[in-house]
Design a protein around this ligand. Structure first.
Ligand code: ADP
Ligand code: MG
Length: 360
């Protein structure tokens, strides 16, 4: 339980309608991954004559491809294993971070936000769990929750909870605070009292995200989305517990950090996703120093995303990476590069300590 590493999970989605109907490949869609156990994933290229199996081990592999498999994992499975753990950490004064990584269409948003009813993802379930917990607190306990929701597009931070008229002009920056760590001054932090209130804010922010993407003629797959909640909890005769939890839906990883991309393609990828390529460099730097026991010097400040997630990646946080992958052989190269990246994240060692500072 007190594992000093970033927990790395993989999840494979079902074939989606377009794939089943053959609109993508012009033919039958072929499966190229399997999960023989809850901690291993194997993939092969069905187009190769000698199908070369590639195997990877992770902390947890979620098979969400087909429900006939006894290892089938639903949204509820993720909540039970990841969501509830995050909540427990938060209530005990530890910071949390979960980030979903993977190519566009691999299931990142499905895991983090999800759909309606049983399809709702980690975010709504964790928030529900949070308020359930609060309701059951003993007499005399007090608590407070603040939420923030932001987007990073082209190295610009956008406050998704700001009134629509404000957000265009407001330039937000990441700053280092001597006590609070990394902060984004001016970012809306809404005090919330119920799950419903939070979900309304998330809906509002999600709408804002679509509006801005359309205005910039971009797609939201190119932006990173960070939802944060801070809690402070005081129970009678106990020290106060404060914590911060980030749920991050990263931009599509396609093209970022790919070795095959050259020239203009590489430049475009880097410009669009400086944050994602910096994340890769930060991780590899941290992994290197974990091995050699040298003091790491990762380039956190070179991108907004890594600066904001600094403490989650190297310090005071229990962090989970969710690598989302496609089951489709057409995505073989992207899936392989996602799994390789996930493998490198597994090398990183961190150590979370309980928060001592009070939330102001
Ligand atoms: P991303 O955010 O990585 O671009 P999405 O989360 O939007 O990808 O998923 C792509 C499509 O696959 C969506 O239609 C989504 O509903 C579907 N999908 C992804 N994961 C699952 C899953 N575990 N079960 C059912 N449908 C899924
Ligand atoms: Mg998405």
């Amino acid at each position: 339980e007190d594992s000093p590493t970033i927990k790395v999970c993989v999840r494979v989605r079902p074939f989606i309608k377009e794939e089943v109907e053959g609109q993508r490949s012009g033919g039958e869609c072929k499966l190229c991954v399997e999960m023989p156990t809850e901690t291993s994933v194997r993939m092969w290229n069905p187009e190769e004559i000698e199908e070369d199996m590639r195997g990877f081990e992770f902390d947890r592999c979620y098979w969400s491809h087909s429900s006939d498999n006894p290892l089938y994992a639903t949204q509820e499975t993720l909540q039970k294993e990841l969501g509830e753990t995050m909540l427990e950490h938060a209530m005990n004064g530890f910071n949390n971070c979960i980030f979903a990584y993977g190519q566009t269409g691999s299931g990142k948003s499905y895991s983090v936000l999800g759909g309606k009813g049983e399809e709702r993802g980690l975010l709504p379930r964790v928030v529900e769990g949070l308020f359930d917990h609060f309701e059951k607190l003993p007499e005399g306990a007090t608590y407070k929750t603040l939420v923030a929701f932001m987007e990073i597009y082209n190295e610009q931070i956008r406050d998704l909870l700001a009134p629509a008229t404000d957000s265009e002009n407001k330039k937000l920056e990441v700053k280092q605070h001597p006590v609070l760590g990394t902060i984004v001054p001016g970012l809306t932090e809404a005090a919330v009292a119920s799950c419903e209130e939070v979900l309304n804010l998330v809906d509002y922010g999600t709408q804002m995200r679509h509006v801005s993407a359309t205005a910039m003629n971009a797609t939201s797959s190119r932006s990173h989305c960070i939802f944060t909640f801070k809690t402070s909890l005081t129970e009678p005769d106990q020290p106060s517990k404060v914590s911060q939890t980030h749920l991050v839906d990263l931009a599509g990883s396609e093209r970022a950090g790919r070795t095959k991309a050259t020239g203009d393609r590489l430049k475009e990828g880097a410009a669009i996703n400086q944050s994602l390529s910096t994340l890769a460099r930060v991780i590899s730097e941290l992994a290197k120093s974990s091995k050699t026991k040298k003091k790491p010097n990762p380039p956190f400040r070179e991108s907004k995303l890594t600066y904001i997630l600094k403490e989650s990646l190297c310090g005071n946080s229990k962090t989970v990476m969710m690598a989302a992958i496609s089951p489709n052989f057409l995505d073989f190269d992207e899936t392989l590069s996602t799994l390789k990246f996930a493998q490198s994240v597994k090398q990183v060692q961190t150590k979370a300590v309980q928060n001592a500072v009070n939330m102001s």
